[in-house]
Design a protein around this ligand. Structure first.
Ligand code: ZN
Length: 417
């Protein structure tokens, strides 16, 4: 099967994540994810993969065994792995009706009837795909290239290796996980130890050339302000207004260190949610920083600010709960552990792909997996405009993603034999 048909086939299965079922602890949160996992499992079987395991959670894993002549060197080849997620974002839930458009520049009409246009003026990066075929939606759904392009790229790479036994490789593992689009739930439930890979890559970022090995160190803060309510007749000297405490607390945060004022590697405090009344107010915040030290400083700052305010306003007026959410992948790719980055760099270069390493101002499955001991940078899928009806996938970029997977596997074997 060619990679485009493979991809289109996956897009026909609706795998929209369900936040309601997810919140109720159900995994996968939608039946479509299991249907897709079953289809991939059958394809893995047809390709002759081994150790195919499809769990009740829709987590699917399989192994392409090494084809190297057994020797001391071949035994030392680390096991490389690749991850993609089965679900699509809940921003749109309609079935996907993908179409392939030969792109000659300008706008692309997605839906004449509904007058939905993918405009070059809004998405100027389209210009680099003139002469390529672009897969788009009919404007009424996501394309789901996030992350079905990754599934197609990985499956096509396995097919390529099976068809070309002269390409020598060590053990290769693949994994398909559910519910990435709601708190990376599939990756969190993933058993890294029994999987048995030494390092891995997720394929879950955008245009050709992108590469991610840095993301946030991320944490949450929940700050509770407890006031003292009183009737206005006798409030003087008695009423302690928790809303105003929260207001004052926020005013003492470093001005400018908020999402709307920061970019690149700049960290922030995000005042995200506040609910309450004069008696009790709960403030929720996100804390993000690329460096370990910066992250710790931010968490310590909030703790100190909370302690100081409690000192000022009285015992029991302010309490804070700080929690770590995920870590920067770069923390697990330092020094001798940086080889997954080196391998990817070489794989891009051998395919004449200009690497564009971007610090990701968000989390992804690889961040969770890295924290669990499986270092996982993130390779492009080739698609643009994730989570939008304007999501599109240039065919050559999809092919390039698959070529990079094959090259990573080759280089991993070459470096150790
Ligand atoms: Zn994704």
């Amino acid at each position: 099967m060619n990679i485009v048909d493979r991809f289109l086939q996956y897009t026909r299965i609706n795998t929209t994540t369900s936040r309601e079922k997810g919140a109720a602890g159900i995994m996968p949160s939608s039946d479509g994810q299991m249907v897709l996992a079953q289809l991939i499992a059958k394809e893995l079987e047809a390709l002759g993969m081994e150790d195919i395991v499809l769990r009740d959670t829709a987590i699917l894993t399989a192994t392409l065994p090494s084809n190297m002549p057994v020797s001391a060197q071949s035994a030392s080849i680390p096991t490389v792995s690749f991850f993609a997620h089965l679900d699509t974002s809940a921003e749109q839930s309609n079935d996907t009706k993908a179409q392939i458009v030969p792109y000659n520049g300008g706008d692309i009409c997605l839906n004449a009837e509904l007058d939905i246009i993918l405009k070059h003026a809004e998405f100027p990066e389209l210009a680099q795909y003139v002469g390529d075929d672009i897969i788009v939606t009919d404007g009424t759904s996501l394309l789901g290239a996030d992350d079905k392009a990754a599934i197609a790229a990985i499956m096509h790479a396995l097919q390529t290796l099976k068809a070309n036994p002269d390409i020598l490789h060590g053990d290769v593992k693949v994994a398909f996980v559910p519910d990435e689009e709601q708190g990376l739930r599939g990756a969190k439930a993933f058993d890294v130890e029994s999987f048995g890979a030494d390092f891995g890559y997720t394929l879950d970022c955008c245009g050709i050339g992108e590469f991610v090995y840095e993301n946030w160190n991320a944490g949450d803060a929940v700050i509770t302000f407890t006031g003292q309510s009183a009737h206005p007749m006798s409030a003087k000297g008695k009423l302690k207004n928790s809303l105003l405490m929260a207001h004052q607390f926020i005013s003492m945060l470093p001005a400018g260190e908020a999402p709307q004022y920061t970019e690149g590697r700049e960290g922030y405090y995000w005042v995200k949610e506040m609910t309450g009344n004069s008696a009790k107010t709960v403030l929720k915040m996100d804390i993000r920083d690329f460096t370990k030290q910066g992250y710790q400083n931010r968490m310590a700052f909030l703790q100190n600010l909370s302690d100081s305010c409690a000192g000022l306003w009285g015992e029991g007026t302010v309490s804070i709960h700080l929690a770590d959410r995920y870590e920067n992948v770069a923390n697990s790719l330092e020094g001798d552990a940086s080889f997954p980055i080196e391998i990817a760099k070489e794989a891009y270069a051998r395919n004449d792909i200009q690497m564009n390493a971007i610090p990701m101002r968000g989390g992804y499955d690889g961040a969770v997996l890295s924290q669990k001991g499986l270092p996982c940078p993130n390779i492009f899928t080739g698609a643009h405009n994730f989570h939008s009806i304007y999501e599109y996938l240039p065919v050559k970029s999809l092919q390039a993603a698959s070529a990079v997977v094959v090259e990573v596997i080759k280089i991993t074997a070459e470096r150790h034999s």
